[in-house]
Every structure is written in structure tokens, then in C-alpha cells.
Write a protein that binds this ligand. Sequence first.
Ligand code: ADP
Length: 604
Amino acid sequence: MPSPPGPPPAVPERRLALLLERTARLHRLTAHLSTAMSLEDVAAIVVDEGTDALAAHSGALWRISETGHELELVRSLRYPPEAIARVQRLAIDPRVPIADAVLRGKPVWLSSRADYAARYAESASRTEALTQPLDYSVAALPIMLEGLPAGVIALTFAGERPFDADERSFLSFVALHCAQGFERARLYEAESRARRRAEAAQQRAAFLAKASALLGTSLDYEETLRTVASLAVPGIGDWCVVELADDHGGSRQVAVAHVEPEKIELAYDVRRRYPPDPNGRSGVPNVLRTGESELYEEIPDELLVRGAVDEEHLRISRELGLRSAMCVAIKDRGTVLGAITFILARDDRRYTRDDLLMAEQLAERMGAAIANALLYRSAREAIRARDDFMLVAGHELRTPIAAISLLHESLIAVKDGTPLEKIRERGEKLRSQTTRLARLVEELLDVSRLSAGRLSLDRDQVDLAQVVRDVTDRMREELERSRTPLSLSLEPVDGEWDRSRLDQIVTNLVGNAGKYGKGAPIDVVVSRRGPRAELRVIDRGIGIAIDDQPRIFERFERAVSSRHFSGLGLGLWITRQLVEAHGGTIHVDSRPGEGATFTVTLPI
Ligand code: ADP
């Protein structure tokens, strides 16, 4: 029979009381620790409460840095400020007790100053300078997570301390709970980071969907861009600015949205006072020039200093509190149309690559929407121009047809004895109206040929002076009818040109000089200028306003009313096409009421 168990060995009463008290403290500490959600909270509870509970003189907690090469101070209690500065970051060096505890993965117990000096001489002599010359003891406990160190706790006690088995196991418990707290905080932080990321992704997707829908519905794109910008605030940014490129290498702001609407005026004001340098190496000008996106996860003060024009500019930039920004080009098939900028100016949110990706997707849709709206606008303008043109063309064609049909009738109705002279006169008129009709039809055909790019030149050796002589001979009668004097100054210039197209160029220009020349003298000058031939047609008629001058070389464009002058607005467009097909140039010098000089140059 086994002997009955004897009574358990007696625990001395003082030790029992101490053990009970420590267990109670450990309970309080773990209960409190279970509420800690961040590493900082865990460190605060462990250091502050641990130090007090153990009646330590001072305490601190470090974690292992992300690189794994250093210890970073998370919390310290009752460390003199100069000591805190020294221990903020520590190399993991076996000559320092806390680092040694990390390296070994085991607590380091230093029961007295002499013990410290004996085992870590170098570190002890450095510590000496900061501590009063009294005795002290140190416990350094690594915080182990799955067998690997994650940080270390150090507690310093006044006076010698043997660190008996009870105390060691109590402190080891504290370190164990601390490790659990670390793990919980790490998981919690990872989870809330993931949640924040998921929320941000959802917000971006929702914004993109809304903005895309908006962009697809309206053809008034400037208004739509403004709506999209205000939709982006505050979810995507605290500021959103849209700029559209102009024709002079600059840009104009078409939309500014801000969480605090009263700041919008400030933004316009800053831009007026400090217009962006179109050659700037960063920001909107750079994005407009290069088409490349820019992401400033962090906007450090030095960036503001670099971008500031003067003190006042810097002051305003700082006041705006810009923290993080991204700027993306709005493009349509490789052409930069504008840029959209998002700025964060309030909390600690920062833009990431994911935000930039969203901004690029948005900008792509904006580019397509703008291109669509422009295409729609120009299609409508083209349709309007074509309708106007049809009306004019109808009238223009009807005039010679009406004349021809009258002359035709009168010739059919000719009676015996009508003088031959009269019949011949009607025949002449009939020919002139038929020529006019043929010319109009030819112009129309030329337009469709040229628009379809079906112009081919039949080059030959041609003397430009001779072409002018032929054309003016043919037109002499017409000019005499309007009593327009014509003088020619012709230097023979031979070149490889298409004779009939050259004829057409001269006919158009001299014809216009006659039509718009008010019967005043016309000069036609042909001369050679180095490797080029120059033709000038000078009249002294109604002239052309400066603003109209570039326009008259376009299709259907006229600077006169059809009530006063007949015409289709095609002659100069055709002329320019023919000149350019020869590699030449055409331009006009004119002032209203003072006549016009058209100059054509052609490479020989
Ligand atoms: P159209 O003469 O049939 O209108 P054009 O293409 O030849 O068409 O000319 C376009 C416009 O340019 C004219 O409508 C007129 O306003 C202006 N223009 C052309 N030549 C002259 C000129 N010599 N003097 C003044 N205006 C002119």
C-alpha cells in the first residue's frame, strides 16, 4: 500500500504574502494589457505599471527596428533626458546588456554595480557618468515572439538585488505577457491597416465609377470637370485642381475644389500672383510638358522652399499645409490636354501608388470625354458650315443657270431679221456665263479632290511670268469691263511646276484682286528670290481686317457678306493647297480700306 501523501512543504509566510501580492499585480497587468491595441499602449502599460509594481527606479522598452539591426526606444520612465537621447537607437551589440539579452534570447540579471562592471565594463563605465554613484541593479528581459526577439524591457533598481528565483520567474512572466501584447498589437495594426486599405480602395472605386458616369453623360466638358473635381473632395483629396493646356505652352485653371470652400479664392489668388513657370521642372508645367505623372507621398518643407518665388509665396504655401500630392496628365491619344492635381492637407493620410493608379485611370477617362466633346463640337460646326455652304453654293450656281436659261430662251425666240451682231452678243454672254458655271463646278470638284488628298501634280518646265501673261490675257476683257487698270512687272522664272495648277493660282488671286479691288489699279509682279520664285498680286481695294487674315485661307471662310460679293469662300483655300503641294508659301498683307497684297513663293 502506498503511504498517504504528507502535507506540502511549508512556505514561509513572508514569501507567501509576496507571491500573492505579485500574482495580484500580474493579474492587474495582464488585464490591463489585454485592452492595449497598439505597440505604444503595450509599452506604456508594461513600463509604467511594471516599474511601479516592482518598485523599480526606472524602466524602458525597445523594439527591434524594421531592418532588424537596431533597437528603437518605444517608452521610458524616469530616465534623465540626456540618457534618453543616448538610448533612442541602439546597435545590437553584445557589450551592452539589453542588446546582449536580445542576442541571447535570455534575460540578463545584473545584481549590483560591481556585477555590471565585471560583465559589461564598457557599457557600465558609460552608464556610470549618468547615474548617481550609488549601487544599483539591472534586469534586461527579451520579448520573444515564436522564439525570435521582438524587443527588450530593462528595469533598473536602486541598490543591490539578488534577483531570486521568484523574482526572476515573475519578471519572466511580465516579459511573456508583454510579448503576447506585442503580438496582439501587431495583428491589430495589420488588420486595421488592411481595413483602411480596403476602405480606401472602395472609396476610390466608388469615386471612379461616379466620375466616369458623369464624364460619359455631358458634352459641356468644362462644367463636367468642375463637377468631377468637387466630387473628389474630401474623399480623394482636400484639394482638387484641373488645368487645361492652352495654345501658348501654358495652362488655365478650369476647376478648383477644396474642403473649405473659402480657400478656393486663395488658390485662384495665389495662381494670379505667382503664375506657374511653363518651363518648371516639377508640378503642373512639368506634367503638361512631359505627360508623366508625379507623386509626392510626402511634401517636405524644403520642397516648398525650392518652389517659392519669395518670402510671401513661401508663407502662403506653408499656410496651405500641403502634405501629400499627385499630379497626372489628361491625355488623348498621346496629346496632353491638361492635368489634374490632388492634394492632402489635413490629417496624416498620404498618397500611394494605388491612389496614383486611380488618378491615372480618371485622367484617361477625362481625356476621352474632352476629346469626345471637342469632336462633337467640331462635327457640329462642320455640319453647320456645310449647310451654310450648300445654301451659298445653291445661290451661286443658280445665278449663271438663270442667266443661261434666259439667253437660251432669247436665242430660240430669235426672229428673222434680228441683226447678227445682237445674236453674237448673246452668244458671247452665254459663253461667259457657261465659263462661270464651269468654274464653280470645277471649284467644288477641286474641294472634294483636295479634301480626299487626291491631288497629283503634273510637273513640267514652266515660266511663271508666261503663266501670268496667259492668265491676264484671258482675263483682260473681264477687267476692262470693271475698268480695272492692270500693270505687269514680270521677270522670267523657270521652275518645275504643274502648269494648269499654277494657272489656277494666278487666276484665283488676280480674280479676287478684280472682285475686291473696287476698280483701282492692280499690279502683278513676278521675280526671282534666290532659289525661289515670288509672285505678288497687289490691289488697292477693300482690304481685310487683321483678325480675318488667317481665316480666309480656310475652307468656306469669307470676310465679306454674300449680299455684296458672290463667291463660295473656296478660292483661297484651294490656292493655299496648290501652293503648299508645290512646297511653297502664301501670305497676305492688308489693312481694311487700303487694299491687299498676296505673296506666293515657290521653290524652283
Ligand atoms: P470667295 O472670293 O469666293 O469668297 P476666296 O477663298 O477666294 O473666296 O476668298 C475668301 C475671302 O477672302 C473672301 O470672301 C474675301 O472676304 C477675302 N478676300 C480674298 N481676296 C481678297 C482681296 N484681294 N481683297 C479683300 N478681300 C479678299
